[in-house]
Design a protein around this ligand. Structure first.
Ligand code: FCB
Length: 439
């Protein structure tokens, strides 16, 4: 499949690549403090080969060459994140070296004509805050607003669009109920509190930044298209959809949590949670949508709430085992516009695939990834026709990187990284995108 050309999208459509701080920078450099990902990774059984982000792609030192690659790929914009543990190593005191790094990075984007899209928080919580309960503690949300202010005071003047938090569902449910990411808890009460506090952090962040005169503020949510396994699974679908999708988008856009989620979560939410809903729904200027796959669910009457289970689907899968289902992206973008955000600008802030890429005669022939991108670009165009105001698309990810609990095993990059030598080799998909973006 050929990637649709730039000219087949609306004029001014933004094409970019995305990364996140802990996954690429190298956490041992520049005075970054310990994060809960360091301790999660240091605990046997959590991360493949117990790998962590200490060195990662050494982007901390190689950022100029990495930005050159983004520019040379023909991209318009770069989505990056600021490490909370780098900027505030103990959760409260500013590390000037950390801010200096992001200042250089943003200037480097400007020098190359790349427009900066910032995500303030992409998962690297300072251990000092984790020690006090992390996202289970309301204080972590309050301190997020301070962090947001500090970062934006330094680089906000050059940022095109700012997202508060990346993927609250992963920060909370995946990490506190399913136990798959830091801090690796499996506790419904911890999950409910984290879900609420991460939403509150977003709202407090928007309020604070807006008050300081910043604009173009949004949030990045991850969505899965939830489908039934067999007949009569309406309740299971509604519950799974409420936990994965509804809880986050409905609270941000309407100030309510879906009934199907409250059914199990309400007893565990912090006292007087309703009083925070106005803050959580402080108006935003844009929505970021991360999309990878669909979910197929049925009821599991023997399991505790939410009493659902997932099923493997029949479609071709990526290296993550995720089904390739571009229609899901179109469905979700159209649904966001129709049911939640109306004409608000929407960006696909992440979409991409992992594959077991190898270098063959100096090149990386990843035709699967090129087809994947083609299918999902088509889906984005389809969503525009269905009425969604989609204004941009960021491929995840620029580089092969630290894929969280999967360590360095899963390769999502447009650019191959040799984790021994740290050498970068653009893959076939990088060149295919370069050609598509050239006109
Ligand atoms: C998303 C994360 C991103 C990356 C991709 C594959 O959930 O935001 O950091 O891990 O998945």
């Amino acid at each position: 499949m050929t990637i649709p050309r730039r000219s087949s999208f609306p004029k001014g459509f933004t094409f970019g690549a995305a990364t996140a701080a802990y996954q690429i920078e190298g956490h041992k450099f520049g005075g970054a403090g310990s994060s809960h990902w360091d301790s999660f990774a240091a605990t046997p059984g959590n991360v493949v080969r117990r790998e962590d982000g200490a060195l990662a792609c050494d982007h901390y030192h190689r950022w100029e060459a990495d930005l050159d690659l983004i520019r040379d790929g023909g991209f318009d914009a770069y989505r990056f994140s600021t490490s909370r543990a780098r900027v505030m190593p103990d959760g409260r005191t500013v590390n000037p070296e950390g801010l200096d790094f992001y200042d250089r990075l943003v200037d480097g984007m400007g020098a190359r004509g790349l427009r900066p899209f910032l995500t303030l928080y992409h998962w690297d919580l300072p251990s000092a805050l984790a020690d006090h309960g992390g996202w289970m503690n309301r204080d972590t949300a309050l301190r997020f607003a301070d962090f947001a202010e500090v970062v934006m005071a330094r680089i906000g003047d050059r940022i095109e669009r700012t997202a508060t938090i990346n993927e609250p569902w992963c920060v909370s449910w995946l990490s506190h109920y399913l136990g798959e990411q830091a801090p690796g808890l499996r506790d419904i009460r911890a999950a409910a509190r984290a879900m609420h506090h991460v939403q509150l952090a977003h709202g407090l962040g928007v309020e604070r930044l807006r008050g300081l005169g910043h604009d173009n503020l949004g949030i990045v949510l991850n969505f899965a298209d939830i489908l039934p396994f067999g007949e009569g699974q309406e309740k299971a679908v509604a519950t799974a959809d409420a936990i994965n999708n509804g809880f986050f988008i409905e609270s941000v856009s309407k100030g309510t949590y879906p009934e199907a989620a409250l059914e199990g979560l309400e007893p565990h939410l912090p006292e007087n949670w309703q009083d925070d809903m106005a803050t959580i729904s402080t108006p935003i200027d844009w929505l970021g949508v991360n999309y990878y796959s669909r979910g197929i669910v049925s009821a599991d009457p023997d399991a505790p709430w939410p009493a659902t289970k997932g099923h493997e689907g029949p479609l071709p899968k990526t290296q993550m085992g995720w089904e390739i289902y571009p229609e899901g992206l179109s469905n979700l973008l159209a649904r966001m516009a129709r049911d939640y955000v109306g004409a608000l600008p929407i960006y696909v802030t992440e979409n991409g695939m992992a594959w077991a890429d190898e270098i063959v005669d100096g090149a990386v022939p990843d035709t699967e990834r090129t087809s994947y991108i083609a299918g999902h670009f088509d889906a984005a165009r389809d969503a525009i026709e269905r009425g969604a105001n989609v204004q941009g698309f960021f491929y995840w990810s620029l580089l092969d990187n630290y894929e969280w609990a999967w360590g360095y095993e899963k390769r999502f990059g447009l650019i191959h990284v040799d984790f021994e030598t740290l050498e970068r080799t653009p893959k076939g998909s990088y060149f295919a995108l370069q050609a598509a973006l050239s006109g």
